[in-house]
Design a protein around this ligand. Structure first.
Ligand SMILES: *[C@@H]1O[C@H](CO)[C@@H](O)[C@H](O)[C@H]1NC(C)=O
Length: 377
């Protein structure tokens, strides 16, 4: 518009040459047609410019928006020039975060993967009140053993059945026979046939949801809890038994509001705009440990067909909730979902539900101290 008015002004003196007979009507009509011509010309110039090779940014916003609007963003929706950049982007294998080649919506749809081990009988024999689902790398036997000795030990907590299961993907370095024996001993490994990598954590989370929905639908509540956590299982069960805790559409934990998407390629949490175009995530529960009513897993599985996957598993859960039209509930006491531990305090450990720890040894040591008799505070 700026350019247009400047142009119109710069040519207008031609029409007002001294000596020319003023003819109001003629003049205004020719001026009108001139303006139409100028507008049309500008439109042509704009289109040519947009199609030229160095005007990507004009299209970027539009095509990302278009991608976000579509269920299965096909490549032809992207401007040809943009596609070239995208291809170059995908071919850059220097950073592992860039290996999202051909990522489609169905990648996080868990039913595309098959269970190698599923321990389907564990929920048939019991009706659990709470199932703790722990994603862990196949190689990390130490973390599993530490959990089996600590918060994953008891199957009865305050007269409630609580199960602890470990979710594994496939890994080149895994000891297949060792895993089989480990499962024979503990009956607590669930393994699915996707590659167990950091960037595939969203798939892992959705496979957890699939297992809960199909192998353990009778459970009342479930929790996704990381393997490096201190979990005060007593306080968690107390919380879930409180009157007023919903039985459906309930999800709680450490709620994250207005978290900006990280676009720095050096970050562990880097997400390219092509995977997630918006500047910030919807409210989501921090991935270290979130608790939910067990009607939600089936809903997540279903909605995941329509929510484009990206590599931040907890924010993906936030997207799924948003798509389902559901919102998170704050825990009765938000201070119970703690993150990084600064110093061990026996009194504090008796009051929290979660804490992020540094190692499996730490978990064992703190647990031994937390469980020793005597007043906590
Ligand atoms: C994620 O898992 C899929 C299925 O096994 C695999 O094809 C893909 O390479 C994995 N992606 C990453 C980034 O590890």
């Amino acid at each position: 518009m700026q350019m247009h008015s400047v142009d119109a002004r710069s040519v207008s003196p031609l029409h007002e040459k001294p000596g020319e007979i003023p003819c109001r009507e003629k003049k205004s009509s020719s001026r009108f047609w001139f303006q139409v011509l100028v507008l049309f010309g500008l439109l042509v110039i704009f289109l040519c410019y947009s199609l030229s090779s160095n005007s990507l940014f004009l299209w970027e916003g539009f095509s990302l928006f278009a991608q976000a609007q579509r269920v299965n963003a096909p490549s032809y929706w992207v401007h040809p020039n943009h596609r070239v950049i995208l291809n170059a982007f995908h071919k850059n294998t220097e950073s592992p975060a860039l290996q999202h080649e051909g990522l489609q919506y169905h990648q996080a749809f868990p039913q595309n993967y098959q269970f190698v081990m599923d321990n389907a009988e564990v929920c048939k024999n019991n009706t659990p009140f709470l199932v703790l689902m722990v994603p862990v790398e196949p190689e990390n036997v130490a973390a599993r053993d530490a959990i089996r000795q600590t918060w994953g030990k008891d199957t009865m907590v305050q007269d409630k059945v609580v199960l602890t299961l470990f979710m594994l993907g496939l890994s080149g370095g895994a000891d297949v026979e060792g895993l089989r024996q480990e499962n024979e001993q503990h009956h607590d490994l669930i393994q699915s046939n996707f590659m167990d990598t950091y960037l595939n954590l969203t798939i892992k989370t959705m496979v957890i949801m699939d297992w809960l929905a199909t192998r353990c639908p009778t459970a009342a509540y479930a929790m996704k809890v990381d393997s490096d956590m201190f979990l005060n299982i007593d306080n968690l069960v107390i919380m879930l038994k409180m009157p007023g805790i919903p039985e459906i559409n309930y999800m709680t934990g450490r709620l994250m509001w207005n978290v900006p998407v990280i676009r720095s390629k050096d970050s562990k949490w880097y997400v390219p705009k092509e995977l997630y175009p918006y500047p910030q995530y919807p409210t989501y529960p921090l991935g270290m440990g979130y608790v939910f009513s067990n009607d939600l897993p089936a809903k997540f599985v279903e909605v995941s067909k329509f929510v484009k996957p990206f590599n931040i598993e907890d924010a993906y859960i936030g997207e799924c909730l948003k798509k389902l039209g559901l919102s998170l509930t704050s825990p009765p006491d938000s201070s119970q979902f703690k993150t990084y531990i600064t110093i061990y305090d026996r009194c504090e450990f008796s009051q929290v539900i979660t804490y992020i720890l540094g190692s499996s040894e730490q978990l064992i040591n703190y647990w031994i101290d937390y469980k020793r008799p005597g007043p906590h505070c």
